[in-house]
Design a protein around this ligand. Sequence first.
Ligand code: MN
Length: 492
Amino acid sequence: MPKMEENEVWFVAGSQLLYGPKVLEAVAVHSQEMASYINSNHNVPCKFVYKGVIKSNEEVTAIVKQANYDDRCVGIVTWCHTFSPSKMWINGLNLLQKPYCHLATQYHVEIPNEEIDMDFMNLNQAAHGDREHGFIGARMRLHRKVIAGHWKDENVLKELFEWIRAALGYKVSQNLSVVRFGDNMREVAVTEGDKVEAQIKLGWQVNTWPVGELVNEINKVTDEEVQAKVKEYREEYQLNTDDLHAVHYQARVEIAMERILQREHADAYTNTFQDLWGMEELPGIASQHLMSRGYGYGAEGDWRTAAMVHIIKAMTQGLTGGSSFMEDYTYHFEKEDGYSLGAHMLEVCPSIAAAKPRIEVHPLGIGGKESPARLVFEGHPGKAIVASLIDMGGRLRLIVQDVECIKPIMDMPNLPVARVMWKVLPNLRDGIRHWITAGGAHHTVLSYDATAEMLENWAEMMDIEFIHLTANTTVEELKKELRVNDLLWKLR
Ligand code: MN
């Protein structure tokens, strides 16, 4: 996973030569001050770097070319302190291959009553300059984020930092390889999809490796390596079983899977219980531990969710709520509202656990293999989102729903898997209607760290459809939105 802090966002101010050197010098000093203020904020996800004042067509083109080819640069933020006649931006912006944000801000907070004269207005005319600059973004139909407000405003910085995290998600996406151990679960529709389209649109390389090759790798793992991995498990989790053989086997599988992932430069993988030829157990702790270390995972061949788990984990580095592969399993209906119970056969990420997970071994009714060792725990309470990326045929749709996780209202002592209970907004019945109307899958990424805004930014960067299901969504409006979107995407 690329370390977030090793990346950069470039801050470029727009102006022109008309104002003379004194004004341009002030623009540069102010822009530098703003960049270093933002860069020193303890929530800034990566370096925020001042890259100069643009005064000509050639300068825009030069900075965009540099941004495109500099791997550290995840995106460009522009702002016009003065007026920057924006035809000079067209050639450069035409070449831009990185996420782009227009920060409509100004240096001063309030209008200084006594101090304001024509010189002040000449220098501080972002309200004017940003409109010219905004027009060319709209005219060129650029994928862009517009953030407005003073640069020290907490809400402005929050929006900016969410956009920066999404920009890192864009970079991760462009470099992501997904290893598929085996194919899709037989007959399942929503996990199928167009891998060529996904690579064109999102950059993902999705390829298959035979389970036999994994078994071969499993057989090469030494007992010493297994002991070291089990030691990690015992440090992080509470051992709640006598069946050490099952735990050791999981360690062996984790080491083998990671070896193949590293060899293939892959950060996400899928498997399926229908193709475990030559394996003793379905990977349980093996997948849970890999996920907790940042790998993306998707069950039953679900490569889109696997990729999204990794991308969301990469975007939310440094945040502590956690993100996991998830599946809606069972509802708890109550008269007015109710709860959704999320879990999976085994593979829920311990990053979302409320307390230390327990290592347990239980039989698995499906798949016809030995009883696998898995981590059992409850997810912690807190605001979260569930996200599902589906293939609509000809386009991808990212659906995000707002949920509120709670401590499960019962302890379910005979349920042998990790579980999360949540309230769906606005309420269970409407939330289910919204999700199903939009076509959301049973597999999702549950994240306490990613926000809907962050994922909306990412969807805009990737040029895919985005649907946000909130407390204010109504099924009537949603249906209209989906119908209009269907039409718009066909016209493109
Ligand atoms: Mn599943």
